[in-house]
Design a binder for this molecule. Structure first.
Ligand code: F6R
Length: 594
C-alpha cells in the first residue's frame, strides 16, 4: 500500500522518481506527488489520480538532484491533492507508507501545529519537525522516533538546508538502492531496477542516511550497520511490460516458466522432494492462513493435503484467524501464504503464532519480505515480480507448492506412489497448451461481459477453484460474481438464476461429477447460460452452451490447468468492459494495513 521512491545523486532526480513511481503504481494509485530540491528550496508537486496526472504538471528537466516521491492508497482522508504526499511541516518534508495508530494522540502533543490534511502522515512530519527543533540532529531524531510512533511506517524524509535523504522503517517495506550515479530509497525493488540491482534491505527500526556519494545504515540501537548488500537475481524484463497490453496478460503467460522455476528444485527425484520438505510429516495438524487469493489457494491446499497427506487441515482468512480462538495440537504447523510477504493480517497471525511457540512455514514470493524473514521456515515461490494487482502467477506457484506438500506427505503415508512426481515435469507444457485456448476464451468473454451476475459452481476442490475464479473476474471486470458450492445453490441462490445468467461450472472430480452435473441440470432448467470446464467430455450436450475441455491429469496438478482458463476469462471480460485491468479501482497490491 502506497509506494515510496527517492533519489539523490549526479543525475536529474525527477525522471528517475517518476519512473520509479510508475513501477510502484500497483501499490496504490489514487494520488501521487514529488518533493525535490531546486536551488535552495524544497518544491512539491502533487495531484489526485494516477501518476499520468502528476506527469502533466511536473517539469522533468529541472536541475534537481535530490527528491522523494509517493503514490498513494488512501487510508486517512479521501484521495485528493491536499491529502496526498509529500507533506511539508516546518523544515521537514516526508513521504510515508503505513498507518500511524496513535496519530490522534500525537496531534494533542503537537498542538502548536496547524493541520492542512486529514492524514496521519502530516502528523509524523510535524513530530519530526518538533524533535528536530529540539535536537538539531536528524540521527538523534530517527533514533527516538520509535518511542513516539505506534503503528507501521516507511518514511523518506528531506530536511530544509540538508543535502540528504533520511529513511526509516517499521512494518512497512523499504529498501536502499546504491549505484555509481547515486542512491535510492524505494518500497520495492522494481522501482530501481532500471538503475541498479544492488540494494540493502532495511529491517524494522533501522534507519539510513543517503547522500550523493554515500549511504550509512544504522541498526535499531543506533550503531552503524555492516549489513551485506543484496543483489536482485531476476531479470529486469520480468518487471517490465514487454509489449503486452497489460501486466495481467503478461503474467498469465509467464506461468509455465514461473511454475517450473518454483517446482524444479522439488521434482527431479524423490530425494530432492524430501530434501525440501523433510520434517513436515511430523505434524498432527496444519492451519493454512492467508488473505484473498492466498486464502483461496489455501483451500486448495486443505483439500489436497487432507486427501493425500492424511493430515487434518484448517484454512482461514488471516483477518478472521488472528482474532479467533483456536485449539492446537501438540505438533501443529501454521502455514502462512503471501505473495508480497507484507500483508498486515497474515503477518499478525505469524507473530501471534511465534508468541505461542507454534511452528510456522511461509510460502512467499518476495525475497526478504517481513513474513519470509520472520517465519521459522520459508519456501519461496519463484514467480518473479508480480505487478498486476490481481494475482495470477503467484497463485499458481503457491498452489504447486501446496500440491507438492500433499504429494510428499502422500508418499510418506503410502497413499501416493513416487511415480506421481513425473506428472509435474510436463506442467509447463500442459499450462502452455491451456494458454492456446485464448481465442475460445475471448469468445466466451463476449457472451458474458454485459451480464450483471455471473456464478461459478463446483464441489470440493472445484469449489475452491471457483472461489478464486470468481474473485479474479469481479476484481478486474467489476461484474458481480459469486462462487457457490454446487450443492448449496438450491438453498437460496438459485433464485438469482434467470434467462441467460452465466453459470460457469468446474467439473474435474470424478467422485462427485454426477452430483455437480445434476446441479448444472437445475440451472439449465432455469435457462442459465451454462459454461462447463471439465476434464472429460460431457455426454449430455444439453447441459452446456460452451465446454472448455482440459486434459485428464492427476488431481494434484489439474487445478492449475483449470485456473489458467478462468484467469483468461476474467482478463478478456475486463478488457471488453474497458476496465483498468492492472490497477482495478480501490485495490492495492500489497495490503500493509489491517
Ligand atoms: C487478488 C489478490 C489479493 C491477494 C491478497 C493477499 O487477486 O491479489 O486477494 O491475494 O491481498 O496478498 P498477499 O499474497 O501479498 O499476502
Amino acid at each position: 500500500m502506497c509506494g515510496i521512491v527517492g533519489y539523490i545523486g549526479k543525475d536529474k532526480c525527477i525522471p528517475k522518481i517518476i519512473k520509479g513511481l510508475e513501477s510502484l503504481e500497483y501499490r496504490g494509485y489514487d494520488s501521487a506527488g514529488i518533493a525535490y530540491k531546486l536551488n535552495n528550496d524544497i518544491e512539491i508537486v502533487k495531484e489526485e489520480g494516477k501518476i499520468v496526472n502528476l506527469k502533466e504538471l511536473i517539469n522533468k528537466d529541472l536541475d534537481s538532484y535530490m527528491g522523494i516521491g509517493h503514490t498513494r492508497w488512501a487510508t486517512h482522508g479521501m484521495p485528493c491533492t491536499v491529502n496526498s504526499h509529500p507533506h511539508k511541516v516546518g523544515k521537514i518534508t516526508l513521504v510515508h507508507n503505513g498507518i500511524i495508530e496513535n496519530y490522534e494522540k500525537l496531534k494533542k502533543y503537537l498542538k502548536e501545529y496547524k493541520w492542512q490534511s486529514e492524514t496521519d502522515s502530516e502528523v509524523v512530519a510535524a513530530l519530526i519537525d518538533k524533535l528536530y527543533q529540539e535536537d538539531n540532529d536528524m540521527l538523534k531524531v530517527l533514533a527516538k522516533l520509535k518511542d513516539y510512533l505506534k503503528g507501521s511506517y516507511a518514511l523518506g524524509v528531506l530536511v530544509d538546508g540538508l543535502d540528504m535523504i533520511y529513511a526509516i522503517r517499521k512494518d512497512s517495506p523499504l529498501i536502499i538502492g546504491i549505484s555509481e550515479d547515486g542512491n535510492y530509497i524505494a518500497s520495492d525493488v522494481p522501482a530501481i531496477l532500471e538503475y541498479t540491482k544492488m540494494y540493502y534491505l532495511l529491517l524494522n527500526d533501522e534507519y539510513a542516511v543517503l547522500s550523493k556519494n554515500d549511504v550509512t545504515i544504522y541498526d535499531k540501537d543506533g550503531k552503524i550497520s555492516t549489513k551485506s548488500l543484496e543483489v536482485f537475481e531476476g531479470s529486469i524484463d520480468a518487471a517490465m511490460k514487454n509489449g503486452y497490453d497489460h501486466y495481467m496478460l503478461k503474467e498469465i503467460e509467464e506461468q509455465p516458466k514461473a511454475v517450473m522455476e518454483t517446482i524444479n528444485e522439488y521434482i527431479n527425484s524423490y530425494e530432492a522432494l524430501e530434501e525440501k520438505l523433510k520434517g513436515l510429516e511430523k505434524y498432527e495438524a496444519i492451519d493454512i492462513v492467508g488473505c484473498g487469493s492466498a486464502y483461496h489457494v489455501g483451500l486448495v491446499g486443505k483439500y489436497l493435503i487432507t486427501k493425500y497427506g492424511k493430515v487434518e487441515v484448517r484454512t482461514d482468512i488471516a483477518s478472521e484467524y488472528r482474532y479467533t480462538e483456536h485449539i492446537y495440537r501438540k505438533k501443529h504447523l501454521i502455514i502462512l501464504i503471501s505473495q508480497s510477504g507484507e500483508t498486515a493480517d497474515t503477518l499478525a497471525v505469524l507473530r501471534k503464532a511465534k508468541e505461542m511457540g507454534t511452528q510456522t512455514l511461509a510460502i512467499v514470493n518476495v525475497v526478504g519480505s517481513s513474513i519470509a524473514r520472520e517465519a521459522d521456515k520459508v519456501l519461496y515461490i519463484k514467480a518473479g515480480p508480480e505487478i498486476a494487482v490481481a494475482t495470477t502467477k503467484a497463485y499458481l506457484c503457491q498452489m504447486m507448492i501446496l500440491s507438492l506438500i500433499a504429494l510428499y506427505l502422500g508418499i510418506k503415508n503410502k497413499s501416493l506412489s513416487k511415480d506421481v512426481l513425473k506428472e509435474y515435469k510436463e506442467l509447463d507444457k500442459l499450462i502452455s497448451d491451456e494458454l492456446e485456448n485464448k481465442e475460445k476464451l475471448e469468445k466466451i468473454a463476449q457472451l458474458i461481459y454485459q451480464k450483471k451476475d455471473i456464478f461459478y459452481l463446483g464441489r470440493k476442490l472445484d469449489y475452491a477453484l471457483c472461489l478464486e475464479a470468481s474473485l479474479k473476474l469481479k476484481e478486474v471486470s467489476y461484474l458481480h460474481s459469486e462462487a457457490y458450492a454446487a450443492g448449496e445453490l438450491k438453498h437460496g441462490t438459485i433464485s438469482l438464476i434467470e434467462d441467460k445468467t452465466p453459470v460457469i461450472s468446474i467439473v474435474t472430480d470424478d467422485d462427485i461429477r454426477t452430483k455437480t452435473l445434476s446441479n448444472i441440470k437445475e440451472v439449465k432448467a432455469r435457462k442459465a447460460l451454462s459454461i462447463i470446464i471439465s476434464n472429460r467430455e460431457i455426454d449430455d450436450k444439453s447441459l452446456y452452451d460452451e465446454l472448455i475441455l482440459i486434459p485428464k491429469v492427476h488431481e494434484l496438478i489439474s487445478g492449475a490447468l483449470v485456473m489458467v482458463n478462468c484467469q483468461l476469462i476474467a482478463y478478456y471480460v475486463a478488457k471488453l468492459n474497458g476496465c483498468d485491468i492492472d490497477k482495478p479501482r480501490n485495490l492495492a497490491k500489497s495490503v500493509t494495513v489491517e
